[in-house]
Design a protein around this ligand. Structure first.
Ligand code: TMP
Ligand code: MG
Length: 360
């Protein structure tokens, strides 16, 4: 990024790190140099980027960079955070809305799901209501939709077709995002109140379901013949992610010992996704403000460290991650390129306490 980093690279090229007695003084000088120059990530100067406290953001990013990729984890929401909000003036479907396909559900179910969306989505994003007020209404929305889906006897083997036929789209720059994290072996926890099976299929079809990915979501429970019979575990909606964070994310071995967190979301409810991280040191929250911008701007600026207004790309998270994972990445280049990122073992979690709905 800036001159400090450039100085680091040229010293590395000179192989001064190979002389043991010079290692500590050189690192100290570099650290002081960093503090003095405090270079910016140029992308943060875009007018779509809002920050309450720019200096805190810079300090956090610098601290994360000094700690290196080995101390970092990324926790991200999925719908409308990793996926686009709109494309060519049309809304991009969420994982629930991808299921709106005649291969899976009938016309009557489509109509009912749309009515529910029109009723409850405005409540979800209503800036004048508190999270406490919204919570029971979100439970109502998700419960009704899941009941409708179960009635449709959705077949597991049709899900991939529905995703293929949908206009689901990850944000521009998604390849760089997923590959940067995989290359540096930074765990990515995708924490979604959407439908886990659909989410997996979206990232699989985009060829970015790398081994560093962990998912907490609402997973479908299929019977022996492959027909949807329930949803597994405790329901996850936009405003109860804290419970999932405490009961599941906290237990994920791969996330242990990584006290620096980049958290990404599009809802204020997403801010609790890092509540399961034990002894966090640096947490940087990035919020996508997609909709109802004027009404929600103030609360987003007060709640997220970085707010991205109507930005359909992952350019800012990518620039931040590029910086954090730079220079300390000693194994870098060739070694990480050799790591094949394609296999996709089951790394999915849903909240297991209650089967929803409770089977008769
Ligand atoms: P997320 O946690 O991955 O963002 O997924 C939750 C989003 O899903 C939330 O913003 C609302 C949306 N949603 C629908 O679009 N349709 C539905 O039927 C339901 C229940 C939720
Ligand atoms: Mg979302």
């Amino acid at each position: 990024m800036g001159t400090g980093a450039n100085l680091g690279i040229s010293l590395l090229d000179l192989k001064v790190y190979h002389i043991p007695w010079i290692y500590t003084p050189v690192r100290t000088v570099l650290a002081i140099w960093h503090q003095l120059t405090k270079t910016e990530i140029p992308e943060l100067a875009k007018c779509s980027v809002l920050m309450r406290e720019r200096s805190r953001v810079e300090e956090t990013i610098h601290a994360m960079q000094r700690a290196g990729a080995g101390s970092l984890q990324v926790i991200s929401d999925f719908d409308m955070t990793l996926t686009r909000f709109a494309h060519n003036g049309k809304r991009v479907p969420t994982t629930h809305n991808i299921l709106d396909n005649r291969l899976l559900i009938n016309e009557d179910c489509t109509r009912k799901m749309r009515e529910l969306l029109n009723t409850y989505y405005p409540i979800e994003i209503d800036a004048s209501r508190s999270a406490e007020e919204k919570l029971p209404l979100m439970v109502e929305w998700w419960t009704k939709v899941h009941e409708l889906l179960i009635e449709q006897k959705i077949r597991r083997d049709m899900l991939a077709h529905a995703v293929k036929e949908s206009s689901a789209m990850l944000r521009d720059g998604y390849k760089v995002f997923f590959e940067c994290l995989a290359e540096h072996q930074v765990p990515l926890l995708i924490f979604s109140a959407g439908v886990g099976d659909v989410l997996e299929e979206v990232i699989r079809q985009n060829h970015v379901f790398h081994p560093n990915i962990h998912i907490i979501s609402n997973y479908m429970d299929f019977d022996q013949t492959g027909v949807l019979q329930a949803f597994k575990g405790q329901l996850i909606h936009t405003f109860n992610k804290r419970e999932g964070a405490l009961s599941h994310a906290a237990g994920l071995r791969e996330l242990q010992g990584r006290p620096n967190v980049v958290l990404m979301g599009d809802s204020l409810g997403d801010l609790t996704m890092a509540d399961g991280v034990s002894e966090p040191q640096n947490v940087l929250t990035i919020g996508f403000l997609n909709d109802q911008v004027e009404e929600r701007k103030e609360s987003y600026i007060n709640s997220f460290d970085v707010v991205l207004v109507k930005d359909e790309t992952l350019d800012i998270p990518n620039a931040i991650l590029r910086y954090i994972t730079s220079s300390r990445d000693e194994c870098g280049g060739m070694m990480t390129l050799l790591l094949s990122p394609v296999q996709t073992p089951s790394r999915a979690w849903s909240m297991p306490e209650i089967t929803y709905p409770i089977p008769m």
